[in-house]
Design a protein around this ligand. Structure first.
Ligand SMILES: NC(=O)c1ccc[n+]([C@@H]2O[C@H](COP(=O)([O-])OP(=O)(O)OC[C@H]3O[C@@H](n4cnc5c(N)ncnc54)[C@H](O)[C@@H]3O)[C@@H](O)[C@H]2O)c1
Length: 390
């Protein structure tokens, strides 16, 4: 099954193509999405994506007159850096990439953000084709035009780089989400993408797809066994949902009352703090070596629902049912050896310093929606942290 989802981005509409066998046939799709004839394609490929996909992309692009050059990136958050960005820009200049030529980002969210940002600033912007190859990148990172890198500007020897602090809005000309690429994805990475789908499901009532969460729950087994038809439907419904939210508030400028694009950060204030604390182990099921982004977001959803309940905004039983749902998907919902509250609150306040704004949380509401809350009482935050402590 193949899907085409229009995403209205500024004055342009980009189409997301979702299905099986898309990369091998991407040439004509890319050519018809471009305003002018391109001659070269700079393919930035995640080194863990099987080479057959990169070769198939280059071959198909050749069929419509584009000569490709492939650069492999071994993605980690440390490599989402100025140094990696410079390396890509130098390669682009060396291959004499012109304004009408294209960048193809083929990988997870790290490659999408890095290559997307390189495309945004090279010659003041060249078209980018997003070919996401993780579930998270398909349902989230490749849609909405945010690109960027981390910056090593923290103070002190233990300071973490500031995440996504340098970047640009640069919408893709076309998104090609070939679900066949998900077959090689480690199960843990697939589950991380599922956490973002559960987050979308919680918001779906306010964004035109009220049945999404129940449908997703009913399909956990087929999703986790990478069934292509189920994955294609999952990805297309999630892209459509994110597109509807982004279209209303492209630059995330809506007021707290309106919510807008910021609501997509449900679970993320807690999640970001957890994922930047080294060595945490999620329970049940995660492994030593720190929480992955999707795991941290899932745990953050439980914390956000508990916070909302403490503030009288979220139904009191929502955190428990969310915990059950996440554990059914094989995701952790508690953290072993979680540091004391002050240290986590400090992490969350760090965002406050950077943004010059209040500590901001998104809490889920009854009937699948969410609400922005600023600087809630510390006792309510403590209750939320208690709920995720093992
Ligand atoms: N721009 C946005 O709107 C947006 C939204 C959400 C997240 N992000 C960013 O996305 C990043 C996280 O993305 P992610 O979860 O995709 O992580 P990732 O890019 O690190 O990919 C996860 C892992 O999967 C591997 N991988 C990718 N595709 C594969 C495949 N087909 N087969 C086997 N292995 C494969 C990667 O090499 C990596 O080890 C973060 O940097 C985050 O900031 C951006």
């Amino acid at each position: 099954m193949r899907y085409q989802i229009p995403i209205h981005a500024g004055e342009r509409t980009c189409t997301a193509h979702v299905g099986s066998g898309l990369i091998a046939n991407m040439g004509p799709v890319v050519a018809s999405a471009l305003r002018r004839q391109a001659r070269r394609a700079f393919i930035v490929a995640d080194s863990r994506v099987p080479g057959a996909f990169t070769l198939a992309a280059a071959e198909s692009l050749k069929g419509v007159g584009l000569a490709s050059r492939v650069v492999a990136v071994k993605p980690s958050e440390q490599d989402k850096s100025l140094a990696s960005l410079e390396r890509l820009l130098v390669e682009m200049a060396r291959m004499r990439l012109e304004r009408d030529d294209i960048v193809v980002a083929m990988g997870g969210g790290i490659v999408g953000d890095l290559a997307g940002f390189a495309a945004a600033i090279y010659r003041r912007g060249v078209p980018v084709v997003q070919c996401p190859t993780t579930l998270l990148a398909m349902v989230d990172a490749s849609v909405g035009g945010k690109t960027g890198i981390n910056l090593d500007a923290g103070e002190g020897p233990l300071a973490e780089p500031l995440k996504n602090v340098v970047g640009a809005f640069h919408h893709p000309h076309v998104v090609i989400a070939d679900v066949d690429t998900l077959r090689s994805l480690p199960p843990r990475t697939l589950r991380c993408g599922l956490a973002e789908c559960i987050k979308h499901g919680l918001l779906a009532g306010g964004a035109g797809d009220p049945g999404l969460l129940d449908w997703t729950r009913g399909k956990f087994a087929s999703i986790l066994s990478a069934d292509p038809a189920t994955l294609a439907e999952l990805v297309s419904r999630n892209i459509a949902l994110k597109a509807r939210v982004v279209e209303q508030d492209e630059r995330e400028q809506a007021s707290d009352e309106a919510g807008g694009r910021a609501l997509l950060n449900l679970g993320h204030t807690f999640g970001h703090a957890l994922e930047t604390l080294p060595g945490l182990i999620g329970h049940p099921g995660s492994l030593p070596g720190g929480l992955h982004h999707g795991e941290a977001v899932g745990i953050g959803l439980v914390a956000a629902a508990t916070l909302g309940a403490a503030l009288g905004l979220t139904p009191p039983d929502m955190a428990a049912s969310l915990r059950e749902l996440l554990e059914e998907a094989g995701l952790p919902t508690r953290v072993d050896h979680l540091p004391e509250d002050d240290r986590i609150i400090d992490r969350m306040r760090h965002d406050k310093k950077v943004q010059g704004a209040a500590m901001r949380f998104i809490v889920p509401l009854a009937g699948h929606g969410a609400k922005v809350v600023r600087d809630p009482p510390i006792q309510a935050i403590a209750a939320a942290l208690q709920a995720i402590r093992l």
